[in-house]
Design a protein around this ligand. Structure first.
Ligand code: PMP
Length: 288
C-alpha cells in the first residue's frame, strides 16, 4: 500500500484523505500543529513536541483530540504503515467542524490529521557552504509562541527570500532585532565567541531544536546568551546558523548578500551540529 494519512480515527490512502469544508482549520486556521523529525524510525524529541502541542492547545483552549498516550500510538502506527525510516511526521489539531461563526462552537470535537513525509539528509553542499538568508520585516501577530496553523506572514517572507535566491528569511522587528526565521530559529556567534539567540516569549516560536541546543551547549560549557541581536550585528558576527526540526543545525554564510565572517561555516557551528547529532544518535540508541 502507498502513503497513508490519518484523519479523525481512520487510516486512509493519502490521495483520498479529506476533511469537512467547515473544519475550523480550513476556514479560520483555528488550530495548531507539530513537525517531529524521524531518524531510523525514531521520533526525535517526541516528548518536547507533545509538550509544545499541549501548550499551544491550552493557549487557544482547544481540547486534545485524543489522550496523549493515544496520540503516541497513532504516531507510531503512522510510521509503521508508511515504512518511514527518515523524514518528518506532521500532525495538526483544529477546533473541529462547526457552522462558520467566529465564536468558539459549544460542542465540537477537535480534529486530528497526521501525515508523514520522507526527507533525505541535507545535501552535503548545504553543510559545506552554508546557506544564504534574506531579511524581511516581521509582520506577524503578538503570539508567535503558539504554533498556529496561521502561517501567511511566514509563507510570504519565505517566498520573498526564495525569490531573492536565499534559503530562508530572517524576520526583523520594529526595533531592528532579528526575531527568528520564517520556519527556523536564528543564531549568531559573536567575534568574542558568544553564542546568541533571541529569548523565548511571545515574539518567537520556542523551537524544540533551539531548546535542546541551548541545554546541550550549556552542558558542554559553551558561552551562550539569550538576547536579541540586530541585522547589522549578525552581518558583523563571526558565524551564524539556523535551527529547526528538519534542518537541525545549518550554517548561515550570507545575510542579505553580505558574507558572515569569512563566508564559510565556522567551527562553533560545526561543533554545535556535532553535539546536536550526538544527542539524536543517543535517542536512537536508547529507543526500544
Ligand atoms: N520558528 C518558526 C516560526 C517555525 O515555524 C519553526 C519550525 N516549526 C521553528 C522556529 C523551529 O522550531 P523546531 O526546532 O521546533 O522545528
Amino acid at each position: 500500500m502507498g502513503r497513508v494519512a490519518y484523519v479523525n480515527g481512520r487510516y486512509v490512502p493519502h490521495g483520498q484523505a479529506n476533511v469537512h469544508i467547515e473544519d475550523r482549520g480550513y476556514q479560520f486556521a483555528d488550530g495548531v500543529y507539530e513537525v517531529v523529525p524521524v531518524i531510523d524510525g525514531v521520533l526525535i524529541d517526541e516528548e518536547l513536541h507533545l509538550d509544545r502541542l499541549g501548550y499551544s492547545l491550552g493557549e487557544l483552549r482547544i481540547a486534545w483530540p485524543v489522550a496523549r498516550p493515544v496520540l503516541r500510538l497513532i504516531l507510531r502506527e503512522m510510521l509503521a504503515r508508511n515504512h518511514l525510516g527518515r523524514g518528518i511526521i506532521y500532525f495538526q489539531v483544529t477546533r473541529g467542524v462547526a457552522p462558520r461563526d467566529h465564536k468558539f462552537p459549544a460542542r465540537t470535537k477537535s480534529s486530528l490529521v497526521v501525515t508523514t513525509k520522507r526527507l533525505a539528509p541535507p545535501a552535503p553542499a548545504l553543510l559545506e557552504n552554508g546557506v544564504a538568508v534574506a531579511s524581511q520585516p516581521d509582520i506577524r501577530w503578538q503570539r508567535c509562541d503558539i504554533k498556529s496553523l496561521s502561517l501567511l506572514p511566514n509563507i510570504l517572507a519565505k517566498q520573498a527570500a526564495h525569490e531573492s535566491g536565499a534559503f530562508e528569511a530572517w524576520l526583523v522587528d520594529a526595533n531592528g532585532v532579528v526575531t527568528e526565521g520564517s520556519s527556523t530559529n536564528a543564531w549568531i556567534v559573536t567575534r568574542s565567541g558568544e553564542i546568541v539567540t533571541h529569548p523565548t516569549g511571545r515574539g518567537i516560536l520556542g523551537g524544540v531544536t533551539r531548546r535542546s541546543l541551548v541545554q546541550l551547549a550549556e552542558a558542554s560549557g559553551l558561552a551562550l546568551v539569550e538576547r536579541g541581536f540586530t541585522l547589522v550585528e549578525a552581518q558583523a558576527a563571526a558565524e551564524a546558523f539556523l535551527t529547526s526540526s528538519s534542518a537541525f543545525v545549518l550554517p548561515v554564510t550570507r545575510i542579505d548578500g553580505q558574507p558572515v565572517g569569512d563566508g564559510r561555516p565556522g567551527p562553533v557551528t560545526r561543533r554545535l551540529r556535532e553535539i546536536y547529532l550526538a544527542n539524536v544518535a543517543a535517542q536512537i540508541g536508547a529507543a526500544p
